[in-house]
Design a protein around this ligand. Structure first.
Ligand code: TYM
Length: 338
């Protein structure tokens, strides 16, 4: 039996943060041991909100470098750039024509982001989850490792594959598309803002102090953790609904140090914030320093990075084209090649 397939991606908007790593990339790295991994830099998603053309390509390359710096091995994973495979846009169009508009209007992220954009909301922002569905479905992915915030988009991809494509154009014995499963890890899937334990850590938060970037230097990490919101209680604990910051920072400590949840809870049960914060800073610095070292080596050789992405493009294109052909045939398009 061939290994199960994994597909995931991150948008190249700004520097990735701890949420992107702990919620997604770290799981991709673990999965590449036993699965056939496809990981893409989803640059087409990055233009669904106003973007700067002068930095899009640079951010795309640097995001790819971060994947590798975090441990993605191009010998074991196919690393590629979404916009370089036109099949993503084409399948997205086909799915557009099969998906009811009200399914899209229900998407929570769309509603949240649309409020911020006012009159400037693009059709692309509404369509964003369908492009994500196309990303996933093109690769016949079995598993899609993402953070909690992508759960609804993943459900949409499953519903479209099942109800709008397979049910209409395939049969039970011969489905057109594979219906993927999400992989949302128990611990890292919801990393919250340093400034508000009830809001997720996000690239779009205007306050830099709300997140730790994967490339933040030790002094910046220490400063941000010093400023992180606390409460007046002594002792850290998990799962107290009245103490979201304690839950988030203790969770981060456990994830970054590798100390499991039970041991972390015990270690910090009576610790004051003044003692805990330096502990958390040290764990974050120790976890990120090797990634930063790898990154600075990788980014200093853009030719090598581009060659890795070109190889990835070739492998990804083959799989994507085969799926697209299947969908085109199932939907009844004229095929002229013999
Ligand atoms: P994006 O770029 O917003 O985030 C990339 C990944 O990071 C996860 N993530 C988090 N996990 C835990 N805590 C957080 N605070 C946090 N913030 C972000 C996200 O859940 C995601 O897994 N639409 C997607 C990108 C995408 C994609 C795909 C993902 C496009 N096509 C196909 C999987 C498969 C997005 O905007 O993620």
């Amino acid at each position: 039996m061939s290994p199960k397939r994994v597909l995931s991606g991150v948008q190249p908007t700004g520097v990735l943060h701890l949420g992107n790593w702990l919620g997604a990339i770290r799981n991709w790295v673990d999965l590449q041991e036993s699965h056939q991994n496809f990981v893409c830099v989803v640059d087409l998603h990055a233009i669904t909100v106003p973007h700067d053309p002068l930095i899009l390509a640079k951010d795309t390359l640097s995001t790819a470098a971060l994947y590798l710096a975090c441990g993605i091995d191009p010998q074991r994973s196919t690393v590629f750039v979404q916009s370089q495979i036109p099949a993503h846009s084409e399948l997205c169009w086909l799915l557009n024509c099969l998906t009811p508009l009200n399914w899209m209007e229900r998407m929570i992220q769309f509603k949240e982001k649309a409020v911020k954009q006012g009159d400037n909301v693009s059709v692309g922002l509404l369509d964003y989850p369908l492009l994500m569905a196309a990303d996933i479905l093109l690769y016949d992915a079995d598993l899609v490792p993402v953070g909690e915030d992508q759960r609804q988009h993943l459900e949409l991809a499953r519903d479209i594959a099942q109800q709008r494509v397979n049910a209409r154009f395939g049969s039970e014995e011969n489905p057109v598309l594979k219906v993927p499963e999400g992989l949302i890890s128990e611990q890292g899937a919801k990393v919250m803002s340093l400034l508000d334990g009830r809001r997720k850590m996000s690239k779009s938060d205007p306050n830099e102090n709300s997140r730790i970037g994967l490339l933040d230097k030790p002094d910046v990490i220490t400063k941000k953790i010093k400023r992180a919101k606390t409460d007046s209680e002594i002792g850290l604990e998990f799962d107290n609904p009245d103490r979201p910051e304690a839950n988030n920072l203790l969770n981060l400590y456990s994830l970054l140090s590798g100390v499991d949840k039970t041991a972390a809870a015990k270690e910090c049960a009576e610790m004051g914030w003044g003692k805990f914060k330096p502990l958390l800073s040290d764990a974050a610095i120790s976890a990120l320093t090797p990634i930063q070292k790898n990154y600075s080596e990788l980014i200093s050789d853009p030719l090598e990075l581009k060659s890795i992405l070109n190889n990835g493009k070739e492998k990804a294109e083959e799989v994507a084209q085969a799926t697209l052909k299947r969908v085109r045939e199932a939907m009844g398009f004229l095929i002229t090649e013999c």
